[in-house]
Design a protein around this ligand. Sequence first.
Ligand code: 5RP
Length: 226
Amino acid sequence: MNKNPDEEKISAAREAVKLILPNQVVGLGTGSTANFALQEIGILVKNGLSIKAVPTSVKTEQMARALNIPIIDINTIQSIDLTIDGADEFTTDLFLIKGGGGALLREKIVASMSKQEIIIADSSKKVDLLGNFKVPLEVIPFATAYVMQQIEKLEGRGQVRSKDEKKFVTDQGNHIIDVNFGKISDPVTLAEKLDHIVGLVCHGLFINLVDKIIMGTKDKTLVFTK
Ligand code: 5RP
């Protein structure tokens, strides 16, 4: 593994921003890797690229505004041309775990509206089977105990995420349960089961939402596609 994942993140981000065309609507991801893309997009905009951006979190929106990247209200558009986002884990069949930064719900909405969902990552994020990273579940606070019970039926061990000794609160005012399901041999079936739990607003398994993963390595970028 590269001792400096930032170099890998930057090279993946630089490759990804080359895919942006003038006048596109661009989804902006959340997290340290997506932030490198944001910086690159900021430079392109400063140099005259015209785009409109849809941020996936309040934090990303603040950063985008500071870089003078024009923002468009997601509720005024039909689709997003291209989104560049990060991942907590991915497999080469383009399944992901996302939500380490707590932005999974907006990230999944933006991915669902995107004609091209591009994931950028350093090489530590590539796994044979998902599951080392706990699967984040965004739950409405009223349903936390109920969702926890349903997760136990699926043999998951969940923990409510906290920050600064308080429950973590998402941009939508919800909580996150991080669940250890062990190694996930069948993410499609698990995702379907999670999709049916009432009160669980969004899970961090991204299935059939990704078009391309650009992974930085020590000396080059590798691309995984469908
Ligand atoms: C945020 C996410 C991020 O994309 C994910 O956590 C990866 O973050 P980083 O690039 O900092 O490793 O899903 O909700």
